[in-house]
Design a protein around this ligand. Structure first.
Ligand code: NAP
Length: 523
């Protein structure tokens, strides 16, 4: 029997009482560990986090909490090698792809530690200036942001067990709000190990950081009015979360990051082989293959002028053909596995669905696997689909509706800028779109046109080609989330992330009382 990972709740490690669910190596097919949350006293765990963890965190200033984040970062850095080993075994990712998750998470944690330090020795934030309420300036209104007296429940997706933990936990803990994390079962091991390392280092007060691995049953039922829940995952599960009585009846604040039909657009006026053309081709190929396309931000739809359809198809196919796929332990392999057999089946089903409306321009199933048994390994090569004429782009509703969560993208031609923008918007709200071109005015105008339907617009002109941070890389300084289909959530965006964990309130009082709020050491 493999090890049964413990849960950390009520300030102690507790094993579930069930047999557990096994986690597998998606390349070798071997069982790695098991997780189980049966029999946990969830009510006691949530109370403990709220009362012990929350009270202790709120007693600290932002700068003191930031110092705890820095201390946690040091512990995680010291154990980095173990995290890479777990990622190779459990996520089937090559080193560069594990880095996106692990080092991305550590970078985000470090960024919030620095931002928190700059907030200084205070425990609340002012929101705007005082506003006069009448003719006499003596009685005014001042908005304040104070930490919510609740717990933050995180229900996370399988594709980012490290980054998904820290991009949420860093702003929550910095805000003085205790965290209970429920990682996706398939890859819960890495999350559990990171929490274990930080807990054992005794950095955060008891109750500040808890982890429940295994079934999500009963977690949402624990939520009270001042708690918050942040969910990342599929649109189907998001609908379950949104309609739960905790949200509908108790007004628990909810943030949803769901699936997204992200896009890349090459603006008109760029010749085949031009710098903007090459930048688009390079980025699309990278986005399709990083983490085997299992990134919520990955490019799924690629829009190019009709006249460039064939040359983009050829250039992209040539790049994709060079992608070696297989066992991430082999140094020649550039793309590892999908996370599980069920994800492999979902990608194959998704491809079958899309090919009813698109042709195959580069066939991933023809990639020979390196060092991996095709009967066991959840590996698949990158597949580029396409519809050849611009009117086909209009009819291809499946391409705009179906997220295949793997190394798959579709090339779509457009007639003119208005047509291109209309096609991009058919994603019904996405996390990110990227624009490629050399005309600054045209790029700025397209960015504004698409801003309301995207959490992030990534604009690449040749002058920033070598400096840019990447379409799919979520930087803590910028917003992550998107309207509509993407879930309507907002994460990160620098200090904006703290808003979710604070409550805004208007204090109406004499200028004398309000002056005390403006000198925080006085309250
Ligand atoms: P999922 O099946 O919806 O699972 C997400 C999480 O919800 C898991 O922790 C899962 O636990 C839990 N869960 C399942 N049923 C639940 C229920 N009834 N009540 C409460 N929790 C429940 O999604 P996934 O397959 O792991 O993730 C892939 C999807 O996530 C993709 O569509 C991708 O686009 C999206 N995603 C979005 C973002 C973003 O930031 N927008 C980031 C990453 C992924 P178990 O694992 O134990 O079932």
């Amino acid at each position: 029997m493999t090890e049964l990972l413990s849960n950390y709740l009520v300030g102690r490690w507790q094993a579930g009482t069930g047999a557990g669910t096994a986690l597998f190596d998606p390349v070798l097919g071997t069982e790695l560990v098991r997780v189980d949350a049966t029999g946990l006293d969830l009510a006691a765990g949530f109370d403990f986090a709220r009362e012990q963890g929350g009270t202790a965190l709120r007693a600290l200033t932002y700068r003191e909490r930031a110092a705890l984040l820095s201390a946690a970062l040091k512990v995680l850095q010291a154990n980095r090698d173990a995290y890479y080993e777990i990622a190779t075994a459990n996520s089937g990712t090559v080193k560069n792809d594990s880095a996106v998750d692990i080092d991305g998470g550590l970078f985000t944690l470090g960024t919030y530690a620095r931002m928190g330090d700059a907030l200084g020795e205070r425990r609340f934030m002012l929101d705007g200036d005082m506003a006069r309420l009448g003719k006499d300036p003596l009685f005014q209104s001042q908005h304040v942001l104070t930490s919510t007296h609740g717990v933050a429940l995180f229900i996370n997706a399988f594709n980012f067990p490290a980054w998904g933990l820290w991009e949420k936990a860093a702003p929550a803990l910095l805000s003085g709000v205790p965290v209970i994390i429920k990682p996706a079962t398939a890859t819960a091991w890495l999350t559990q190990r990171m929490v274990r390392d930080v807990v054992e280092a005794g950095i955060f007060p008891p109750g500040a950081l808890s982890v429940v691995c295994g079934s999500s049953a009963g977690l949402m039922d624990q939520l009270q009015p001042f708690d918050v829940v942040s969910f990342t995952g599929s649109a189907e599960t998001a609908a379950v979360i949104r309609s739960h009585p905790a949200v509908v009846q108790r007004s628990v604040r909810v943030n949803i990051e769901a699936d997204s039909l992200n896009s890349a657009l090459l603006l008109p006026g760029e010749a085949a082989g031009s710098p903007a053309f090459e930048l688009l081709v390079k980025e699309v190929a990278r986005e399709m293959t990083v983490k085997s396309g299992q990134k919520c931000t990955a490019i799924r739809r690629v829009f190019v002028p009709e006249a460039l359809y064939t040359s983009v198809a050829e250039a992209l196919s040539a790049r994709l053909a060079k992608t070696t796929v297989g066992n991430p332990r082999n140094d020649t392999v550039r793309m590892g596995a999908l996370v599980s057999r069920s994800q492999l089946a979902a990608v194959r089903d998704g491809l079958a669905h899309l090919t009813a409306q698109a042709e195959i321009l580069h066939d991933g199933s023809r990639h020979a696997l390196v060092d991996a048994d095709a009967a066991l390994a959840c590996c698949v090569g990158p597949t580029l689909l396409g519809t050849r004429d611009a009117s086909g782009s209009d009819g291809a509703d499946r391409i705009h509706d179906t997220e295949v969560f793997g190394p798959v993208a579709t090339l779509l031609p457009y007639r003119d800028t208005a047509h291109a923008l209309a096609l991009v918007r058919r994603g019904q709200g996405s996390l990110v779109t990227s624009l490629y071109g050399s005309d600054a005015a045209a790029l700025a105008s397209a960015a504004l046109e698409l801003a309301d339907s995207h959490g992030r617009v990534h604009v690449i002109s040749p002058d920033v080609g070598a400096l840019q941070t990447g379409h799919g890389n979520v930087m803590p300084q910028s917003l992550h989330g998107g309207p509509g289909r993407a879930g309507g959530g907002e994460e990160l965006g620098g200090l904006r992330a703290l808003n979710f964990y604070h409550r805004r309130s208007a204090v109406q009082a004499s200028t004398d009382v309000l002056a005390h709020l403006r000198t925080p050491s006085a309250v």
